[in-house]
Design a protein around this ligand. Sequence first.
Ligand SMILES: [Ca+2]
Length: 232
Amino acid sequence: MSRKVMVGLAAVVASLATFGSAWAATAITNGSFEGSMSGWTVAQPVDLVCGGWQNADGNCSVDMGASPGQGEISQSLATVAGATYTVTFALSGNPSCTPGNENWVGWVSEPGIKYLSVTASPAVSTLMVYSFDVTGKSYADMGWTPQAFVFTADSAATTLTFRNIENNWCGPAIDNVSISGGPAAVVPASAEECKKGGWAALTDDLGNKFKNQGDCISYVATGGKNKGAIAP
Ligand SMILES: [Ca+2]
């Protein structure tokens, strides 16, 4: 990261204090599924598991199989078209339907490998499939693995969806969903920074570029209300 960007990030913080406007960073609501599915749209039932097995974070996680079911959950995120985001999550699977596993319930027999799809819509990159093998796993040792899903937004609102690819009793399990990325913002700390060509390397707090010096100064003068004219 260049010194210029570092300065810009400091300026973003400064602008929050100066302008008093909200920095609308994209975030996942209830990404750790603690105690409820709050924040998520449950299109197809899932099993919220709290205290039943080792979690990747906190006390709860989600079994995307639903006794039985093809679980599907989604969440709408505020995004900036053209900006790239990285969704990270922990992946495991319910081990109790696979013969030979320590917690096998004994009355249902399913393959050890579980499949999960992740999509972002609308977006430039749209679908990724992840797999997890529960063979040898147990409630005490779920083998959670970190995963990443990268997408480039195509709209101001993007729907992130997790879906169990199979209809099963014991599905892939997820926990600890978070998101990072978005447009790089290098905002002017003062009108002075817009001058002598400075505007060309600066943006507003949403990452929009300025078309000229006046556009940049207008952004500062209006306390961040007049945004840059050129979308990122
Ligand atoms: Ca959790």
